[in-house]
Design a protein around this ligand. Structure first.
Ligand SMILES: [Zn+2]
Length: 114
């Protein structure tokens, strides 16, 4: 399978890439800064209530988002980002994101028994 059909691209190829993964929603330009040379999906945004410390009574209402990126090396990342606190970000491999999904389902099932 060549790189055009695998959703990955040759890191040695010129930018912008000839093909994007089907989920890429980011426009590309020859003038993109090297750090911006990546594919990125649309963000899935969802409302959240968070706290910095779960023992605290302080709550923050905001938004979080999930999006996919793929850099020039071909690694695909699933990012979970608190929209109001960009420093709070999880960047997960696909396998790790599946592990998070499983852990969330298990934890939510436990919480439902309370
Ligand atoms: Zn792209």
């Amino acid at each position: 399978m060549d790189s055009r059909h695998s959703g990955q691209h040759d890191p040695q190829s010129a930018w912008p890439p000839e093909h994007c993964p089907p989920w890429c929603a980011r426009p590309h330009s020859r003038d993109d800064h090297p750090e911006d040379r990546l594919h990125r999906s649309e963000a899935v945004i969802f409302p959240v209530v968070t706290t910095g410390d779960f023992l605290s009574i302080d709550r923050h209402t905001g938004e979080a988002q999930v999006f996919i990126t793929q850099g020039v090396r071909g690694d695909v990342w699933v990012s979970v980002l608190d929209s109001d606190t960009p420093a709070v970000q999880l960047n997960l491999t696909l396998d790790s994101a599946i592990g998070l999904e499983t852990a969330l389902r298990q934890s939510l099932a436990l919480a439902a028994t309370a």
